[in-house]
Ligand binder design. Structure first.
Ligand code: S3P
Length: 167
């Protein structure tokens, strides 16, 4: 099986993904790292040097590439925006990947992102916690349309990464 983890920034895709892969004895791929390696630049550098539109186009190209090249038994942590742009959601639906949405409350996501915003270009310049929380609330609402079309929606409240994997 190919398992693709979907969810907002800070939802733990890159923490839960390797744990799940280990339990299943699958390979783990972090899609942001995949893009970084292909482009020879960090995600922040891609946004800064080439802009978000370039990043979104590359993200779509690499998603198709990854789906084609990866055989079974892989867990992939997608980027927070991956299913929400261009035809990516349809591409995922048409593929043999099972998508799993890690669905957290916006307040929890904002708390987690406040100390981890520097490496995330969309929120790096947020000045106050209140601004960040407002942004996350609205953005998550918009993106929920895409995320909720995943094959499995896991509503997470206060479980640890290991408990999420076990569930
Ligand atoms: C993004 C999420 C990031 C990364 C890029 C854009 C987004 O991935 O792909 O900064 O649009 O939500 P993470 O969800 O791994 O932080």
């Amino acid at each position: 099986m190919k398992i693709y983890l979907v969810g907002y920034m800070g939802s733990g895709k890159s923490t839960i993904g390797p744990l799940l892969a280990e339990v299943l004895s699958y390979k783990f791929i972090d899609f942001d790292t995949y893009i970084t390696q292909k482009e020879g630049m960090s995600i922040s550098e891609i946004f800064k040097n080439k802009g978000e539109i370039y990043f979104r186009k590359s993200e779509s190209t690499y998603l198709q590439q990854l789906l084609e090249e990866e055989s079974e038994q892989v867990v992939v942590a997608l980027g927070g925006g991956t299913p929400c742009y261009g035809t990516n959601l349809q591409v995922l639906k048409d593929s043999d990947a099972q998508t799993v949405y890690l669905n957290w409350h916006f307040k929890t996501l904002a708390q987690r992102l406040w100390s981890a915003k520097e490496e995330r270009p969309l929120i790096a310049s947020m000045q106050s916690y209140e601004d960040l929380e407002n942004y996350v609330r609205k953005h998550l609402f918009e993106r929920g349309f895409y995320y909720n079309q995943s094959d499995l929606v896991l509503k997470i409240e206060d479980q640890s990464p290991q408990e999420v994997v076990d569930s």
